[in-house]
Design a protein around this ligand. Sequence first.
Ligand SMILES: [Zn+2]
Length: 274
Amino acid sequence: MSKRIRIAGLATLLLAALALGSGCDSLTAQSKTPKPPAVGQSDQQEPSGQDGQAGEAGQNGQAGESGQTGANGQAEKPSKPVAGQPGSVTVLVNKKVGLPSGFQPPNLVDDRELPFLSGEGGEKRLMAKETAEALKKMFADAKRDGIYLSVASAYRSNATQTQLFNYYVQTQGEAEARRYSAVPGHSEHETGLAVDVSGSDGKCAVEDCFADLPEAKWIADHVDQYGFIIRYPKGKESITGYAYEPWHLRYVGTELAAELRAKDLTMEEYFQID
Ligand SMILES: [Zn+2]
């Protein structure tokens, strides 16, 4: 019986995770992934990575300024851009750079005006206030163009991420777990600044096929105007560490979003993080 109970417990955790949306991280229906995580769950994981992240360290990538300039003392070369501290909209979180332990986004809101795929409540409805405000504007403008968007998932607490990650470690071993689940502290969804967006019909939500839909095209063409970036763009997989995720948007503010778009840079490239 204990085994049965155990399985039931895992299933419950999984369902909870699904309900939470889990971001791109593992638990989301993905067609291509290797192994289906045990207990009847369909969702999957993005291959290399969804938003979960794996990695180590937990520093926050700042590099300090270093106005390291070249050769002859033309001293004042601009120092390289420095990512924001946790809690800032320009914070960098990836496989190598994690959030400090115990980090809690400062301004999470549950904005009832934002449409979600699932009508349920829960933490996945939460997001940073600036993220919610920008998203509402974006959704309203998209609607004017005949594009109806919804949120599949937004915030995920470190506790939830930890549960999920541990679940994968227990069932499939750490190496596999790291392939498609975020190491706690390394998921952008823990910042409240990341949202997984889909069409309001939920078609291909958090799946690769979303890339071919008109909603994805509209998003790609307009996100930066609202302060978002497609955090894991196509062609930059080796830099971000993640497969292309046309649905995973990261709020960075309009200024940085515009600059990243204009220069075709990822956050890693912009902040010169290896
Ligand atoms: Zn995501």
